[in-house]
Design a protein around this ligand. Structure first.
Ligand code: AR6
Length: 322
C-alpha cells in the first residue's frame, strides 16, 4: 500500500506516462506531484543503515553538518544516494509505496513529506535531484524540473491514449455498458472478465441504468483501479438526441468520479463499438463535454484519459485537434 492517496496518484500517473510512450504528456504527473505538495504527501525515503541511524539518534550533537536532514526534532538523518558520479554528484531515491520499495534492495526508510524533502534539496549542492521509484518505472526529477513542479498550477487535463481502459492505473475506469448492467461484449465483457464475479453480483443490485446515466461500483480484481463507472451510451440512430445522450454519459461519469473523490478517470469510446456511433461525431461530443465539465468544475483537478482501443478512434481525435 502507498503511504497516502496522493502518493498512489503519483504512482499511477507515472505508470500511465510510461504506458503512453514517447509523446505522452507529463501534465498529469505534475498535477499529482503538485497536489501532493499541497496536501503533505508522504513518501518513503531510504536512509543509511539502522546502526548508523541509531548512533545518530544516540548523540545527535556529535554529527557533522552537511548531508543531513532535520526531521521535525533535531534528528539528523542521512538519505541514501543513488547514481553517484565520480565528482560526487548524486540523486536521492524516493518511493511512493512499500511495493515499489520492495522491488529492489532492502533498506531502512523514513516517511517524509515530499514538500519538505524538495525544500531541503537547496542545502545540498551536489544533490542533482530525486528519482521517484528507481527500481521500476522511474521518474528522474532534476532540481530544475522540481522548480517547474513547484510552480505548476494543477488543472484538469485530457490525455489521448492508444489502448484499453484496462491498461491504465486510474481511480476510475468507465464501462460502456448496456441498460441491464449485467455484462455483454466489447469493453463491457473485458471489464467483467477482469473484475471477476463479484462485479456482476454488485451490478445485479443496481437495477440497471438508463441511457445517458452512470452508476458506480467497485473494481474488485482489477488491482490498480478503485472504481468502475458504468454508463449506457445511445445506440446510434442519426437523430439529434444521440449527441445529447452521449454527452450525458461523459458528464454523468465525470460527476460520479468527482463525487467519489476520484482524481483520474479513463474513458473508452462510449457507443463507438457495437452501438455504431460514427467516430468523428463521437469525438466531438466527448471532447466538448469534457472541456465543458472542466469549465464548470474549475476547483476540481481531474486527469482524464481517453482510451482509443482502435487506431481509428485515436485518429478521429487527432483530426479533431488539428
Ligand atoms: N477492451 C477494451 N476496449 C474495447 C474492447 C476490449 N475488449 N472492445 C471494444 N473496446 P463497445 P458500445 C472499445 O462495443 O459501442 C457491449 O456488448 C471500443 O473500441 O464495447 O458502447 C455492451 O454490453 C470502443 O472504444 O461499446 C453493450 O451492449 C469502446 O470500447 C454494447 O456493447 C466501446 O465499444 C455497448 O456498445
Amino acid at each position: 500500500m502507498a503511504l497516502d492517496r496522493y502518493a498512489t496518484a503519483v504512482e499511477r500517473t507515472i505508470f500511465n506516462w510510461y504506458f503512453g510512450g514517447e509523446n505522452a504528456p507529463v501534465e498529469p504527473v505534475f498535477n499529482t506531484l503538485q497536489m501532493g505538495i499541497r496536501h503533505g504527501m508522504q513518501v518513503y525515503v531510504p536512509i543509511e543503515t539502522p546502526d548508523v541511524l541509531a548512533r545518530m539518534l544516540g548523540d545527535p550533537e556529535k554529527l557533522k553538518a552537511g548531508d543531513t536532514y532535520t526531521c521535525g526534532q533535531e534528528v539528523p538523518i542521512r538519505f541514501r544516494h543513488i547514481a553517484e558520479d565520480p565528482e560526487g554528484n548524486y540523486l536521492i531515491p524516493v518511493f511512493t509505496s512499500q511495493e515499489e520499495l520492495d522491488k529492489g534492495e532492502s533498506s531502512s526508510v523514513i516517511n517524509q513529506t515530499f514538500g519538505d524533502l524538495i525544500k531541503a534539496l537547496d542545502r545540498w549542492p551536489q544533490c542533482q535531484g530525486l528519482v521517484i521509484n528507481p527500481w521500476d518505472k522511474r521518474m528522474i526529477l532534476t532540481k530544475e524540473s522540481l522548480e517547474v513542479v513547484k510552480r505548476h498550477v494543477p488543472k484538469s487535463h485530457i490525455s489521448f491514449v492508444r489502448g484499453s481502459v484496462l491498461d491504465l492505473h486510474v481511480d476510475a475506469i468507465v464501462n460502456a455498458a448496456n441498460k441491464s448492467l449485467l455484462g455483454g461484449g466489447g469493453v463491457d465483457g473485458a471489464i467483467h472478465r477482469a473484475a471477476g464475479k463479484e462485479l456482476l453480483q454488485e451490478c445485479r443490485k443496481l437495477n440497471g441504468c438508463e441511457t445517458g446515466e452512470a452508476k458506480i461500483t467497485g473494481a474488485y480484481a482489477i488491482r490498480d483501479v478503485d472504481h468502475i463507472i458504468h454508463t449506457v451510451g445511445p445506440v446510434y440512430s442519426g437523430k439529434n438526441r444521440d449527441a445529447d445522450l452521449l454527452s450525458a454519459c461523459y458528464w454523468n461519469s465525470l460527476e460520479a468520479a468527482r463525487q467519489n473523490g476520484c482524481g483520474s478517470i479513463a474513458f473508452p469510446g462510449i457507443s463507438t463499438g457495437v452501438y455504431g456511433y460514427p467516430l468523428d461525431e463521437a469525438a466531438v461530443v466527448a471532447l466538448r463535454t469534457i472541456v465543458r465539465w472542466f469549465e464548470a468544475h474549475k476547483e476540481t483537478v481531474m486527469n482524464v484519459y481517453l482510451c482509443c482501443f482502435k487506431d481509428a478512434e485515436y485518429e478521429a481525435f487527432m483530426r479533431l485537434l488539428q
